[in-house]
Design a binder for this molecule. Structure first.
Ligand code: ADP
Ligand code: ADP
Ligand code: ZN
Length: 210
């Protein structure tokens, strides 16, 4: 069993690319952000403890995240590995992951800070199938109709606002970006220019994974 990590700042396109490469890799997408939002919605203990951090654009404590991942990796669909999106985000999380599953590739999607706010503030997702769109950069083909499933219900995240995004970006630089060197030293780190058309990025990622 061998897993893939999609790495990068908020809004880099990790979720977008995960949805596109899921079919080719056969690995399920595991997004800690999605898992936390589901826990908040369900009102679980994990959700209650995570919400304050998420609303403030800060990282949720490592022990909460590691417990979520330990459970998730036990599920049947994870037996051949998974595609992590937004995890690990700290060195302790990466160390814990190393004890849980083998990671074959870390794909770093690089986008300059100056492009992040507009990416985040224009993001919306389908309320039915979770496909990711953008008001300006990646709109639905037909206005108000999801390309993935035809639904006309869309969601925006409460934390996708200009204030929270700056906190999330500084959390990324302070706590997450040091992971790049940690993984580079292990020879599995691949940088992809994420400031290009979505299709080109998908092609590059699939080439790295071949
Ligand atoms: P992440 O999962 O890394 O936070 P998303 O995949 O949700 O990022 O993408 C953030 C926003 O940017 C979404 O609205 C998405 O449609 C848009 N987006 C993704 N990739 C690109 C790209 N290559 N160019 C322009 N916009 C993009
Ligand atoms: P984005 O990719 O746009 O930053 P995510 O959906 O990955 O957003 O994460 C949303 C929020 O959930 C983060 O701001 C953070 O509070 C929390 N979170 C998600 N994944 C992690 C993680 N691995 N470690 C700590 N906090 C996390
Ligand atoms: Zn849909």
């Amino acid at each position: 069993m061998s897993s893939i990590v999609l790495f990068g700042p908020p809004g880099a396109g990790k979720g977008t690319q995960a949805q596109r490469i899921m079919e080719s890799t056969g690995l399920p997408q595991v997004s800690t952000g999605d898992m936390l939002r589901a826990a908040v919605k369900a009102g679980t203990e994990t959700g209650l403890s995570a919400k304050t951090y998420m609303d403030a654009g800060q990282l949720v404590p490592d022990h909460v995240i590691i417990a979520l991942i330990e459970d998730r990796i036990q599920e049947d669909d994870a037996s051949n590995g998974v595609m992590f999106d937004g995890f690990p985000r700290t060195i302790p999380q990466a160390e814990a992951l190393a004890g849980i599953t083998q990671v074959s590739h870390v794909i770093a999607i690089e986008v300059p800070d100056g492009k992040i706010v507009s990416r985040i503030c224009g993001r919306y997702t389908c309320g039915n199938c979770s496909m990711v769109f953008h008001d300006e950069f990646n709109p639905t083909t037909e206005e108000g109709v999801c390309d993935g499933c035809g639904s006309n219900e869309f969601k925006r995240r409460a934390d996708d606002n200009a204030d929270t995004v700056l906190s999330r970006l500084s959390a990324y630089h302070e706590q997450t970006s040091p992971l790049a060197a940690w993984y580079e030293g292990r020879g599995i780190f691949h940088r992809i220019d994420g400031d290009r058309p979505i299709d080109e990025i998908t092609t590059d990622i699939l080439n790295v994974l071949e």
